[in-house]
Every structure is written in structure tokens, then in C-alpha cells.
Ligand binder design. Structure first.
Ligand SMILES: Cc1cc2nc3c(=O)[nH]c(=O)nc-3n(C[C@H](O)[C@H](O)[C@H](O)COP(=O)(O)OP(=O)(O)OC[C@H]3O[C@@H](n4cnc5c(N)ncnc54)[C@H](O)[C@@H]3O)c2cc1C
Length: 441
């Protein structure tokens, strides 16, 4: 079942040429196109399905610095400012609010980990408040539970996944950029090794710059160009409940269940990190890279079914540019909900937060979380195909850092001072295989 999503009206008629073509209309693609259009570039964005319809509408909406990897923290900090600034600049509403995020725990080990992160975060000027037992119990009073401790990160917040990517898309259109839904990019044309066009199912757009923000489809697209990008998707199931629960924190994480207020007054309920691994040909190919991550997460990951094969996002197929590709056969990746997980989430949430008993389940959906082996996205121009910029593998954190990632991509295209140091994200780090050799295709 698709997640709630505001629809955007666009045209199928593609331009003959553009300064930059963005492939993929998730949060990363729309913010990339937005920042390019703001700098006066002629931008075209092509999306095989609907704006925001894959991961970018299926997430919890958390925009956080809390517990971020050191490499991603600068981008997370900048993104929080950019979310705020976007609303002022564009007049569009993504639902972003700095409501603060609350983490509660009874595990000494978990609390010690958060305290270590707080000490690190201080060194880079990020404030987060450790809560003692009395403070955690007070902040978490809706749970009616006594907590050993917790964290409150006051400068973090949430945006509304149903509205965010569509709001940015509307802002692109106001700036004169064009957006083309139901228009899959099939491949890239090159001249003298450089990008010279993006081939779509509706024709070719001449351009010297192509940005691939294709989420879970990025690796298979890269393979057509001889670019090695290890990527694996984890199927994560979540649900939303109707409005009616009063007095809950806006965004609460516990090991048992996490709860987030939605733009419509309802709540999203989920279990952090829990997911299913649907085997795919691509997963077998990159298994050596992903094994350490899967082993670390073995408690929360369960084997899935065959739908990863059926949906085609991780196939090893080579496709032609003059006939339909797997992207046109699967306009919106809408994986099956894991019903057992939905039942478990709901029962844990009702137990943790009795106020939720006044609500009913509104919807349940699943999304494929596209991950890299080190949990950090690949963002940067690919050396072997000048003009081709990859921006994918956001590993379950891409919604919150979408604005910072989009800004960085625009900086790379226009040669402006990058908003953050781009080096930790560069996809070159994936060029060697698990055995240390440069991969062959
Ligand atoms: C259940 C769940 C919970 C999450 N919670 C959070 C959270 O709280 N906070 C957070 O920061 N992140 C969260 N995430 C992760 C976050 O949603 C993603 O990292 C982020 O949305 C990725 O954005 P994207 O633009 O890279 O990809 P997507 O949103 O997946 O967009 C990629 C788009 O590219 C299109 N596309 C692909 N190939 C082509 C092509 N060849 N031609 C045209 N179009 C193409 C696809 O149709 C798709 O619309 C969560 C994810 C899930 C699934």
C-alpha cells in the first residue's frame, strides 16, 4: 500500500536541452533541482513514477543530528537550517518543525552510548541534553513508565513525508524548472566520454550534467555505465494511526517502538532498525561488502521473500535504451507490508502509550531502505563519466539530510564553495571490491 502523499501536477513534454537533468524525484532529487534552479540553471527533473512516492513519503520524517555518524553530522546540521530557510524562501510548507526528538531507555549500555555521542557532538558544537531518570520520566510521562534516562535533542525536528518532496517540487516549478513524472531515464549518452544527454522513455534531453538521485534503483542504473556502486535494500514496514491521541511527545524513540506526530495530527508507529532482507541478484553480488553490516544487525533483520526479484530494482540485467526498462515496469516500488511486524508495532505502541487506544490504524506500508556498506551515502561526480553525479545510498537517513545533500550537489555542479566537505561522501570509496581489487564488470 502506498504511503499518504500529496500529488503534484506536471507535464510529460520534456525539453530538448537543459543545463542539468536530475533523475529521480525523491527528497534528494527535488532539493538538488531546487538549488540548481535557484542559481538560474535550466533544470529538468525526470521521475519514473510520482514525486516522493518511494522512500521519501514512506519514512518517519525525522530530521536529526542526534546519534549521527561523524561524517554525516555536518550535513545534518546544515540541513536543519536549510529546512527552515526553504519555507521562508519558497513559501511552501514541508511540515518541518524543530520539535526536538526524545529518546528514552532503561538500558545502561544504550544510555552510555548516547552519553559518548553527546561528548563527541559537543566537540563540533552540537548540543544535546542527557536526561537523568527524573527528567526522562517527566518528559516521557505519556508512557506512564519510570525510565533510567534518556536524551532530548532540542534543535532536531521532523518534516511531513506526505508533503515534503511535493512542496519542493512546486518550488522548482515556480523557479522555472521542469518536472516530468512517469518519465523514466533509461540511460546516459556520452560524447568523448563526457555526459551529453539523458535518454528517457519520452526522448533524449541534451545536457552536460546528469544527477542520479534514483534511491534503490541507483546501483542497477550505474551498472549500465560500468560504475560499481554497492547497494542493498532492506524492507521496512510501518503504520500510521488516526488523530485522537493527546499528550504524546512529537517524536519519541524507545527500543520497543518509535512514535512520530504526522502532519494530519495522526501518528506514525515503527520499530527502529527492524526489517526484512528480500534476496536479489544484486545482493548476492555485493554480499561480501554487506556481510559485516548484516551480521551487526542480525537481531533486527529477518529473511524476506521473493518480491525483491519480482520488483526488479536490484536486477543485474543490462537493458537497451530503445525499449522498456525495469523502471518502466515498476513505476512505484511498493513492497508488501510485513503483517507480523505491523501487529507487533501496534501492540507495543498501545502498551507503551495508552493514549493511542483512542486511535485506529489508518494505513500500513513498507519501503525499501537503500543502503551502502558503510551506511553513508555516495555523493559526487564519477571520475570515469565526467558530468555524471551520483547521489544515492542514503541508508535510512536521507530524508533529514535531503536539503544538505541537494545543496552540496548544486555546489558541485556550479563550482561554488561546498556547503560541507564533500570528501567523506565521494563514491570513489566503493570502486574497490571486498578483495581490494578494482572491480571489473
Ligand atoms: C520506513 C522508512 C523510515 C525511514 N525513516 C527516516 C527518517 O525518519 N529520517 C530520515 O532521514 N530518513 C528516513 N528514511 C530514509 C529516507 O526515506 C531515505 O533515505 C530518503 O527518502 C532517500 O531519498 P532519495 O531521494 O535518495 O530516494 P527515494 O525517495 O527513494 O527517491 C528515488 C526516486 O528515484 C526514482 N527513480 C529511480 N530510478 C529512476 C530512473 N531511472 N528514472 C526516473 N526516476 C527514477 C524513483 O521512482 C524514486 O521516486 C526512512 C526510510 C524508510 C523506508
Amino acid at each position: 500500500m502506498p504511503a499518504p502523499l500529496r500529488l503534484v501536477e506536471t507535464t510529460l513534454e520534456i525539453p530538448a536541452a537543459a543545463d542539468a537533468v536530475v533523475i529521480g524525484g525523491g527528497i534528494v532529487g527535488v532539493f538538488s533541482a531546487y538549488y540548481l534552479a535557484r542559481r538560474g540553471l535550466k533544470v529538468a527533473l525526470v521521475e519514473k513514477g510520482r514525486i516522493g512516492a518511494e522512500q521519501s513519503s514512506r519514512n518517519w520524517g525525522w530530521c536529526r543530528q542526534q546519534n549521527r555518524d561523524a561524517r554525516e553530522l555536518p550535513m545534518a546540521t546544515k540541513s536543519l537550517d536549510l529546512w527552515e530557510r526553504f519555507a521562508v524562501e519558497s513559501g511552501e510548507d514541508t511540515g518541518f518543525r524543530r520539535c526536538g526528538l526524545l529518546y528514552l531507555s532503561n538500558s545502561e549500555e544504550e544510555l552510555a552510548g548516547w552519553a559518548r555521542w553527546r561528548d563527541f557532538a559537543r566537540t563540533v558544537g552540537v548540543a544535546t541534553n542527557m536526561l537523568d531518570s527524573a527528567e526522562a520520566t517527566e518528559r516521557g510521562r505519556a508512557t506512564g513508565t519510570r525510565w533510567k534516562g534518556g536524551v532530548f535533542s532540542p534543535s532536531d525536528g521532523t518534516a511531513d513525508p506526505a508533503n515534503a518532496a511535493p512542496a519542493v517540487a512546486r518550488a522548482i516549478l515556480k523557479l522555472g524548472g521542469t518536472i516530468h513524472q512517469f518519465c523514466a531515464a533509461r540511460g546516459i549518452e556520452t560524447e568523448g566520454g563526457r555526459v551529453s544527454g539523458v535518454v528517457t522513455e519520452h526522448g533524449t534531453i541534451r545536457t552536460k550534467t546528469a544527477i542520479l538521485a534514483g534511491g534503490a534503483w541507483a546501483s542497477s542504473f550505474c551498472r549500465q555505465l560500468g560504475i560499481r556502486f554497492p547497494q542493498a535494500s532492506i524492507r521496512s514496514s510501518i503504520l500510521s494511526v488516526s488523530p485522537g491521541a493527546i499528550g504524546l511527545p512529537d517524536a519519541l524513540h524507545t527500543t520497543a517502538v518509535s512514535v512520530t506526530r504526522r502532519g494530519d495530527g495522526g501518528h506514525t508507529l515503527a520499530i527502529s532498525g527492524r526489517g526484512r532482507l528480500d534476496p536479489t541478484p544484486q545482493q548476492f553480488r555485493f554480499a561480501p561488502q554487506f556481510l559485516p553490516m548484516f551480521v551487526r544487525r542480525w537481531r533486527s533483520l529477518a529473511p524476506g521473500g521473493l518480491e525483491g526479484f519480482r520488483s526488479g530494482h536490484e536486477s543485474l540485467a543490462r537493458w537497451r535504451l530503445d525499449e522498456a526498462t525495469p523502471m518502466e515496469r515498476m513505476r512505484i516500488l511498493d513492497p508488501a507490508v510485513d503483517k507480523g511486524t505491523i501487529r507487533l508495532i501496534h501492540s507495543r505502541a498501545l502498551e507503551l502509550l495508552p493514549a493511542l487506544s483512542r486511535t485506529s490504524i489508518a494505513a500500513a506500508w513498507a519501503g525499501y531502505v537503500d543502503s551502502t556498506p558503510d551506511g553513508v551515502p555516495g555523493i559526487g561526480e564519477v571520475a570515469t563519466v565526467p558530468g555524471f553525479i551520483l547521489a544515492a545510498g542514503f541508508s535510512g537517513h536521507g530524508f533529514g539530510i535531503g536539503p544538505g545533500a541537494g545543496h552540496l550537489i548544486a555546489d558541485l555542479v556550479t563550482g561554488d564553495e561546498p556547503i560541507v566537505d564533500p570528501r567523506p561522501y565521494h563514491p570513489d570509496r566503493f570502486l574497490t571490491s571486498a578483495w581490494g581489487k578494482v572491480a571489473d564488470f
